[in-house]
Ligand binder design. Structure first.
Ligand code: ACM
Length: 526
C-alpha cells in the first residue's frame, strides 16, 4: 500500500514536471543571469523587445553618460541605436516601447543603488543617482540576447540592487609590461561592466617608468626602456632576450584615459612607487639613490635592493612628480607603493645612518615611515590622501594612510583596529597572476588560485568587530604582469576570476552561491 502511494506520488510529480517543462518550451522566458548577482531579482512571465523604434527617455540630469554608453554598445554589437529624448519626469512619457532612465533618492549609504523594472511595454531604471542608473544600464546590457539582431527580447524582471562595498577595484601593472592605451581602456571597460569602480594603475616599476613627467624628461626617455628582458620563469636561468622593450603614456593620453574612465564612473588611482621598486627612476636620475653605483632599468623580475634616498633632493623631486600626477588624476587617493623596499642601501649609507641618529630612530623601518609620512604630508596639504601597501605599517603608520593588505589579511586587520581605512587584496585570494589551473597551463608567477577560491573570499575578516569591519572599504584584485606580455594573456588570466571578484565586491554575502546556475534551475521565476 505504502509503495503504491509512493509510486502514485512520483507519477504526479513527473506529470507536473512534464507540464512545467512544456509550458516553458511553448512560452520560454529569456534566461536571466546577472553578474554580479543583484540583491533581489524576480522574473515575471513574458518579455519586452527593444527595436530601433524604441525610445530612450532621460528623466534627470547627467544621464547622458548612461544613454551614450548604451547606444554605443547597441551600435557596436547590434548595429543600431535608440532615439534619445529628455523629459522632466517619467509621467511625461505616455508611449509604450520606452526605456526610461530616472533617479530619485533610494537612501542606501553606498553610491550605486538602482531599481530595474521591465514589462511588456518597456523598461524603467531608477537610480539613487546617475551612477545607479549607469549600473542599471549594465544590468540591461546583460539581459540582451547574445545573438546580434534588430529585435532584442529581454525578460520581464523586477530588480532591487545596491553594492556591498564602496571600493571595488582592479589593479593593472603596466611597469613589467607596457599595455597600449586601447587595452587600458578595454580594461577599464571590463571594470565598469562588472559594476566595479576603481582602476589602480601601477605606473612605475623597477622595469619601467610609464608616465610622462614634463619636469623630468629622462624618467621616460631613459626610465621607460629596458635593454633586455628575462626569458622564462624567474630562476629558470634561460638568459635574456636582448631586445629593447618599453613605452610610456603621454600626458595627453592619460587625460583621455581619465576621461574615458569618468564616462564609466571609474576612478583611476595612480600608483607612483616609493621608496622601493624605483630602479627605473634611479637609472634615469642616479641622484635619487644613496650614492650607489649607476644602475640600468631592470631587466629581470623579483625585488631589487635599489631604493630612493630620503634626502631633500629626493623629496623635492617626488613632490614635483606628484604635482604633475595630481593635475592629471582627480582621484582623492594617490597610491605611493611602499612595498618590498629592502633597507640594505640605507644601512650602508652614511647619510641615512646620520639622519637616523638625528631623528632618534633605532631601525630603518622608521626611516621608511619617515619617508612615507613626508610624502603623505605633502599630498594631504594638497587635499589628497595616500594608499600604501601593507609594509607602510612597519615603523609606524602615516596618520591618514589607507592600507592595501596584500601579504595576507593581517596588515588590514591591524590597520582597521587602528581605525585606518583598508582595501583587502590578499595574495592568496585575489592575485590574478597566480595560475587558475593545476598544474599551471601557461607560464605564471606560481601559486594556485582557482575560481571558487576567489568567489568565496569574504573581505571582512572574522577577527574584526562589526565597528572595526566598517574600516574595510572594499576589495581589489591585482594583475602583476611579469608573465603577461600581451593583452590576450591578461584577459586569459583575469577571466572568469574577475567575474567572481565582482560578486565578492558587490553581492551581499547571503546572496552568494558558487553553485547557483539560473539556466539549470529555471532562475528565480516569480
Ligand atoms: C605586491 O604584490 N608587491 C604589492
Amino acid at each position: 500500500m505504502k509503495k503504491i502511494r509512493i509510486f502514485a506520488g512520483l507519477c504526479m510529480v513527473m506529470l507536473l514536471m512534464t507540464q512545467w517543462v512544456s509550458a516553458q518550451e511553448s512560452n520560454p522566458s529569456p534566461v536571466v543571469s546577472i553578474i554580479p548577482e543583484p540583491v533581489s531579482l524576480v522574473q515575471q512571465a513574458g518579455s519586452f523587445t527593444i527595436t530601433p523604434s524604441t525610445t530612450l527617455y532621460l528623466a534627470g540630469k547627467d544621464l547622458e553618460r548612461s544613454s551614450t554608453y548604451f547606444n554605443e554598445y547597441l551600435e557596436k554589437y547590434y548595429g543600431f541605436h535608440l532615439h534619445v529624448k529628455k523629459v522632466k519626469s517619467p509621467a511625461e512619457v505616455h508611449s509604450e516601447n520606452a526605456i526610461i532612465l530616472d533617479y530619485h533618492h533610494i537612501g542606501y549609504p553606498i553610491e550605486g543603488a538602482y531599481t530595474f523594472h521591465s514589462d511588456k511595454n518597456g523598461v524603467k531604471i531608477n537610480g539613487d543617482n546617475a551612477v545607479g542608473v549607469f549600473y542599471g544600464i549594465q544590468t540591461l546590457i546583460q539581459l540582451l540576447p547574445a545573438i546580434p539582431s534588430q529585435s532584442l527580447e529581454i525578460a520581464c524582471v523586477n530588480i532591487e540592487d545596491h553594492p556591498r562595498f564602496k571600493y571595488r577595484g582592479m589593479m593593472l601593472d603596466c611597469g613589467r609590461h607596457f599595455f597600449d592605451t586601447a587595452f587600458v581602456k578595454q580594461f577599464i571597460n571590463f571594470i565598469a561592466m562588472h559594476k566595479m569602480n576603481r582602476f589602480h594603475w601601477h605606473l612605475t616599476e623597477d622595469q619601467g617608468w610609464r608616465i610622462q613627467i614634463k619636469k623630468y624628461p629622462r624618467l621616460t626617455s631613459i626610465g621607460a626602456w629596458r635593454d633586455s628582458t628575462l626569458i622564462g620563469h624567474y630562476g629558470s636561468h634561460q638568459g635574456y632576450d636582448h631586445q629593447r622593450y618599453g613605452g610610456f603614456y603621454t600626458q595627453d593620453e592619460i587625460r583621455a584615459i581619465v576621461k574615458y574612465a569618468q564616462e564609466r564612473y571609474v576612478t583611476i588611482i595612480p600608483e607612483i612607487e616609493m621608496p622601493g621598486h624605483s630602479t627605473a627612476a634611479i637609472a634615469a636620475y642616479p641622484e635619487l639613490s644613496c650614492g650607489s653605483p649607476k644602475v640600468p632599468v631592470g631587466s629581470t623580475w623579483g625585488v631589487y635592493d635599489t631604493i630612493l634616498c630620503p634626502r631633500p633632493y629626493t623629496f623635492h623631486f617626488y613632490e614635483n612628480v606628484l604635482n604633475e600626477v595630481m593635475k592629471l588624476f582627480p582621484s582623492h587617493y594617490i597610491h605611493i607603493g611602499g612595498d618590498e623596499a629592502p633597507k640594505i642601501q640605507w644601512k650602508n649609507s652614511p647619510f641615512c645612518q646620520d639622519l637616523m641618529k638625528k631623528m632618534g630612530y633605532t631601525n630603518e623601518d622608521q626611516l621608511q615611515s619617515y619617508f612615507i609620512s613626508t610624502i603623505e604630508k605633502y599630498l594631504n596639504k594638497h587635499g589628497r590622501d595616500i594608499i600604501g601597501w601593507d609594509e607602510i605599517l612597519e615603523g609606524g603608520l602615516a596618520p591618514n594612510a589607507t592600507v592595501m593588505s596584500w601579504r595576507g589579511e593581517e596588515g588590514g586587520i591591524a590597520a582597521a583596529k587602528m581605525h585606518h581605512h583598508v582595501i583587502m587584496t590578499p595574495g592568496a585570494y585575489v592575485y590574478l597572476d597566480h595560475s587558475q589551473a593545476e598544474p599551471a597551463d601557461s607560464l605564471t608567477i606560481g601559486g594556485y588560485l582557482p575560481l571558487e577560491k576567489v568567489y568565496n573570499y569574504n573581505p571582512v575578516p572574522k577577527e574584526l568587530t562589526p565597528e572595526e569591519g566598517k574600516y574595510i572599504e572594499g576589495v581589489q584584485a591585482n594583475v602583476w604582469t611579469e608573465y603577461m606580455q600581451w593583452p590576450t594573456k591578461v584577459e586569459y588570466m583575469i577571466f572568469p576570476r574577475m567575474d567572481a571578484l565582482s560578486e565578492v565586491a558587490w553581492t551581499m554575502e547571503s546572496n552568494k552561491n558558487y553553485h547557483y546556475c539560473p539556466s539549470k534551475i529555471g532562475g528565480k521565476i516569480g
